[in-house]
Design a protein around this ligand. Structure first.
Ligand code: NAP
Ligand code: MG
Length: 488
């Protein structure tokens, strides 16, 4: 079912009310498949609006933290139900607002619902341990307490799932939230927060303030009333968050970029490897932090793999993500398109061979959108920009190697370490890969972009602040441990 989105202005949600920003300014949120379509208007809030939200969150936390964790979990079940009722509509808004295909948007929204239910259940789990004291009369144990007010800063590429995988654990562990979504997908974010509002959470427990990263995002970094900041986005902004939080003693968690490799060993199932490379590299127009971007192939199977890959890539249907036949939608914004095209130019200039794609698509009704062809380079070497920097677009770099040792060296020769895959049938190669690869997500005979909500998620090196999100790992960020020694 497709519900037409009305063009309205989405307000901030502060202290349980939808309120206009003090600035009276809005940004249009555009459809990247058709830049003439405005999905909604979102407010360009200012620091005063943020102050108000932080004050509300701080006040609300005093009561929220005293509820039992199972009682907080009950609210998350209600949010899940509210979101489930609006799944199709919110997914459709997501497709309009950032371009991923409707089935992908529905999958992401369903994921958000599942995450809410998962953390609702986490409210029932143990949070501490009993530790034997050296004093035989004493009782020693750990318990966990919330941080207080958590600032949530999110990117545009998963506008439902990422906010939920931060907000849900923040709440169940007793924190209150000030949420600043990426301005580019703030309509989708506002609809998610409508579901929190509908669930009847006490006023001030969740607050939404939209606006530019330089104002509201930076405001969250600097605000003395915010005790923890969870951030997903680029490594440039992530470093600002980390440094700013450290400077004022706030806790922080950063999930940033990737430059994820897939290794295709000489004994790989090539059809499976091609399938996973196309899915991992090109779905969501390559705009996943876990997207495959480097394809490192052993020379024995290089030609056969390349042939199968190109045959598959040529068949992909590119268009508006709301059309049934579309496999790949547009880049999420004009600036994203420009970035992708400039990386493609750089690849050519630095001597890589363009074997497929590389152009902006403007034919057959695509002229109003930010479309780029799926693109494949070969003769890519590790020193090239397209082998080092995150492109965040549908661009694959093929790298030919003789041995698996070379493949591992190249795979690790980047500043990032988020996700990595290998395709092989050999148990020894699998184990070497698990041992050698510098990545937080290690995937064997599976695409680099798969994530399960009940398992820890995060990267090594400059992909994260070495913390993990999702699953039970989330408790580590959203709580502090109290070690308690009781002597009667
Ligand atoms: P971005 O530019 O870093 O933006 C992320 C968020 O930070 C947005 O809400 C943005 O606000 C805000 N922001 C911008 N400047 C800020 C500042 N000075 N202080 C505080 N906040 C600020 O990233 P993006 O372009 O939206 O997203 C793409 C990036 O996210 C990629 O690098 C991708 O790898 C990464 N990503 C990582 C993961 C992961 O889990 N590892 C998942 C998804 C995406 P505005 O945009 O509204 O200005
Ligand atoms: Mg941005």
């Amino acid at each position: 079912m497709i519900v037409k989105t009305e063009v309205k202005t989405y307000l901030n949600y502060v202290n349980g009310s939808w309120i206009p920003a003090s600035t009276n300014q809005v940004d249009p949120s555009m459809n990247p498949a058709n830049k003439r379509e405005i999905v909604g208007y979102v407010q360009k809030s200012g620091r005063d609006d943020l102050d108000q939200a932080v004050a509300a969150a701080k006040q609300a936390q005093q009561t929220w933290r005293k509820l039992s964790a199972p009682a907080r979990g009950e609210y998350l079940y209600k949010v899940a139900n509210a979101l489930e009722k609006r799944l199709d509509e919110i997914a459709e808004t997501m497709t309009r607002e950032m371009g991923k295909t409707y089935p992908e948007a529905k999958g992401e929204t369903a994921r958000g619902i599942a995450i809410l239910r998962y953390y609702a259940g986490e409210g029932m789990r143990k949070v501490g341990d009993v530790i034997p004291s050296t004093d035989s009369e004493a009782f020693m144990f750990t318990t966990r307490v919330p941080l207080g007010v958590v600032g949530v800063i999110t990117p545009w590429n998963f506008p439902v799932a990422i906010p939920i995988w931060k907000i849900a654990p923040a709440l169940v562990y007793g924190n209150t939230v000030v949420f600043k979504p990426a301005q580019e997908t703030a309509v989708t974010a506002a609809k998610v927060i409508e579901c929190f509002a509908e669930a009847g959470l006490p006023s001030g427990v969740v607050n939404l303030v939209t606006g530019p990263g330089s104002v509201i995002g930076q405001g969250i970094i600097d605000h003395p009333g915010i005790n923890g900041i969870t951030f997903t986005g680029s490594d440039e902004v992530g470093k600002r968050v980390g440094l700013g939080a450290l400077a004022r003693g706030a806790k922080y968690q950063l999930e940033m970029g990737g430059k994820n490799p897939v290794i295709v060993a000489a004994d790989a199932d090539l059809d499976l490897a091609v399938e996973a490379t196309v899915s991992g590299g090109l779905r969501s127009t390559g705009q996943k932090c876990t997207a495959t971007s480097r394809v490192i192939v052993q020379s024995e199977v290089y030609d056969a793999f390349k042939e199968k890959l190109l045959a598959k890539v040529q068949q992909l249907q590119i268009g508006d993500g709301l059309h049934d036949t579309t496999w790949m939608g547009p880049c999420a914004s004009e600036s994203q398109l420009t970035t992708v095209l400039s990386y493609i130019e750089k690849g050519i200039a630095e001597g890589a061979t363009l074997v497929y794609g590389g152009r902006r698509l403007t034919e057959n009704g695509l002229e109003q959108g930010f479309y780029v062809e799926p693109t494949v380079f070969e003769n890519v070497t590790s020193d090239m920009t397209i082998a080092q920097e995150e492109i965040f677009g549908p661009v694959l770099a093929l790298i030919k190697v003789d041995t698996l040792e070379q493949a591992f060296d190249i795979a690790n020769d980047v500043k990032f370490g988020l996700s990595a895959s290998i395709f092989t049938k050999n148990i020894g190669s699998m184990l070497s890969f698990i041992n050698e690869i510098e990545a937080g997500l290690v995937r064997i005979n599976a695409e680099s972009a798969g994530v399960e909500l009940q398992a820890p998620f995060g990267g090594m090196k400059q992909s994260s602040s070495h913390s993990r999100e999702q699953g039970q790992a989330a408790i580590e960020f959203y709580t502090s441990i109290k070690t308690v020694f009781v002597k009667p």
